[in-house]
Design a protein around this ligand. Structure first.
Ligand SMILES: [Fe+2]
Length: 174
């Protein structure tokens, strides 16, 4: 049964609500989505790198770094899922193809086979710091969150997650 037939003759109180977030206008939703999609693409870049290093790390610390990076890429997968779903909650569409991810990311890919374990962890930490900077730029744009404190809170939570992941990476290098 299509929506049209199902709702025929029914006066839905919510029929003029364009999106699941109250009072969020189209322009702000568009700007927030652009920021979230860039973030999603960068998370995808770091996720792929982390997986790459999990596979290709060698040396005396192999076992611990291999396992550590597994927990990190699993966390990044969950982060990506949450960002894409936040875009849906805003009422927009997340980037959903590898091609579009590649076009939107501004974190460079690296060849894991050519790096030593400390260079891998250093590159990951550098990437997480870049995401933190991007997140702070978005979070401090107060105008964006006047009618969308939920997304602001979501991004602050994400920043905390990246700070924690950065701490764990940095602790391996100190
Ligand atoms: Fe694995």
């Amino acid at each position: 049964m299509t929506e049209t037939i199902k709702n025929k003759g029914v006066n839905l109180k919510t029929k003029n609500f364009e999106r699941p977030i109250a009072n969020l206008n189209k322009e702000t939703a568009g700007t927030t989505t652009k920021a979230l999609n860039t973030l999603l693409a960068n998370e995808y870049a770091v996720f792929t790198k982390t997986l790459n290093y999990h596979w290709n790390v060698t040396g005396p610390r192999f076992h611990s770094i291999h396992n550590f990076l597994e927990t990190q890429y699993r966390d990044l997968l969950e982060i990506m899922d949450n960002i894409a779903e936040r875009v849906r909650i805003i009422g927009e569409t997340p980037i959903s193809t590898v091609e579009k991810m590649k076009a939107a990311m501004d974190i460079d890919e690296t060849n894991g086979e050519a790096l030593g374990s400390n260079e891998m962890l250093d590159d990951l930490l550098f990437s997480h710091m870049k995401i933190q900077t991007h997140l702070k730029e978005v979070i401090t744009n107060d105008k964006l969150f006047e009618n969308d404190p939920g997304t602001e809170d979501f991004l602050v939570g994400l920043l905390q997650k990246h700070e924690s992941m950065s701490w764990m990476l940095k602790s391996h290098l100190d």
